[in-house]
Design a protein around this ligand. Structure first.
Ligand code: ADP
Length: 333
């Protein structure tokens, strides 16, 4: 079972602040709860910053006690709200943010979010010396340095439920369905959902797939007596990818239906896995800050909690595992 690393508390921090930033993900609340309750148990005060970096700049900072995070572990979204803050791209703004934190006697900042939010935290610490630590919260699981991110498991379970439902209709009507899942630049959701949902094929941003190759896969299935097909498509960067794919298939004589799962994958009650992951990573973030470690992300590597310097995380690409891509194709044939 994943556990919080046992590290000595050497830093004399009296108060830590926590914020959520970027896209929301199921399990963020469980992470906030862990930061608050682990911090309080360690004898420090915890402050919640409402609406990410925007709220920080507006001084929207509130003390959180144990009961303020009661009854949230099972809720999707984030009680602290989240935001995208253009102003934080400016150095002068980040300096002001550090001043606000120091004026509030806060000695460390936990940022729950993705690559962009970590970039903001990294720059804040580099430029002002204010200690920051990141907790990976994104459904895409596309953050380098960690095998897992908070929200990914819930998102794939949500997508799988939808695919199971779609398959009932696909097989009743002998239809081809293109199911679009989230993943603008990474196919982790698509790949895992394709394996778990028994999809005939998966289109991911990391791998070029031609229309004739997709047609061949559909034909192969038909020859073996399959009358319906599910094709999982990661949304990619270009809007309308799945719809244009359906049009292309139509031109090749294959009629299909498109189902875009969209934001349904972002919300919902976090899975058991995400609640556990968020609880351990939220608590570990506080443990590391109290041990005097910062400018880094807490993550998971081979079922253990690790701390990875932001400079090894930010902007780095996490590759889709080639064996899993092969497995998806073997199991669908
Ligand atoms: P995510 O954290 O999910 O990747 P975004 O990329 O939208 O989400 O980033 C969230 C916020 O983090 C941005 O709105 C901005 O406030 C901050 N941020 C992102 N990139 C940078 C950057 N290069 N410099 C400073 N702040 C950044």
């Amino acid at each position: 079972m994943l556990s919080v690393p046992e590290i000595a508390n050497i830093k004399k921090i009296k108060s830590i602040a926590v914020l959520t930033s970027g896209g929301d993900a199921p399990g963020m609340n469980a992470a906030i709860r862990a930061v608050v309750r682990y911090g309080l148990a360690a004898g420090i005060q915890i402050h919640g910053i409402v609406k990410g970096y925007s709220g920080l700049l507006e001084g929207h900072i509130e003390p959180l006690d144990g009961t303020s995070v009661a009854n949230i572990i099972q809720r999707g979204g984030t009680i602290l709200k989240t935001d995208r803050c253009e102003a934080f791209f400016q150095k002068s703004t980040r300096r002001e943010a550090a001043n606000i934190l120091r004026r509030n006697n806060i000695g460390g900042l936990v940022v729950i979010g993705g690559d962009g939010s970590f970039t903001g935290a990294h720059l804040l610490e580099n430029e002002t010396g204010f200690p920051t630590i990141g907790v990976p919260g994104t459904i895409d699981n596309d953050i380098a340095g960690t095998d897992d991110t908070i929200g990914f498991d819930t998102a794939i379970n949500t997508a799988l439920n939808a695919i199971d439902n779609i398959r009932d209709t696909a097989s009743s009507h002998d239809r081809i369905f293109l199911v679009e899942v989230m993943g603008r630049s990474s196919g982790f959701i698509g790949l895992q959902v394709a394996i778990g949902g028994g999809a005939e094929t998966v289109i991911v941003p990391e791998r070029k797939e031609t229309i004739p190759a997709i047609c061949k896969t559909i034909d192969k299935g038909m020859k073996r007596g399959k009358s319906s097909s599910i094709i999982v498509v990661s949304e990619g960067k270009k809007a309308g990818l799945t719809t244009s794919l359906a049009k292309e298939l139509e031109r090749h004589g294959y009629s299909s239906r498109v189902c875009i799962l969209g934001h349904t994958q972002r919300g919902g009650s976090p899975s058991a896995h995400d609640r556990m992951l968020a609880s351990v990573l939220g608590a570990s973030a506080v443990a590391y800050l109290l041990a005097g470690k910062s400018n880094a992300m807490v993550g998971v590597r081979e079922a253990s909690v690790v701390m990875v310097p932001f400079k090894k995380v930010i902007g780095n690409k996490k590759d889709l595992p080639a064996p899993s891509l092969r497995l998806a194709s073997i199991l669908s044939s």
